[in-house]
Design a binder for this molecule. Structure first.
Ligand SMILES: [Zn+2]
Length: 77
């Protein structure tokens, strides 16, 4: 079995880049695990602030990219 890796240079909104250590929460500066795409731009949130702001942003969100599952994975090792 082999996988042909498609070489795409365009930004694909359907497959957003994973969040890394350089991505920080816009509210508190902790490492971000959620990227919120709005019509006007992007916001990054830690797990705590993603939950806190989710309701107030609900009607503006274009895409909600949630990697908070990694918080549990990291702790398992
Ligand atoms: Zn935060």
């Amino acid at each position: 079995m082999s996988y042909a890796a498609p070489e795409t240079t365009e930004v694909d909104l359907e497959t957003p880049a994973p969040l890394g250590a350089l991505d920080l929460c816009d509210s508190c500066g902790a490492q971000a695990y959620v990227r919120v795409t709005l019509a006007t731009g992007e916001l990054l949130f830690c797990g705590h602030h993603a939950t806190k702001h989710r309701e107030s942003l609900a009607d503006k969100v274009v895409a909600w990219h949630d990697e908070t599952d990694r918080l549990r994975d990291d702790r398992a090792s």
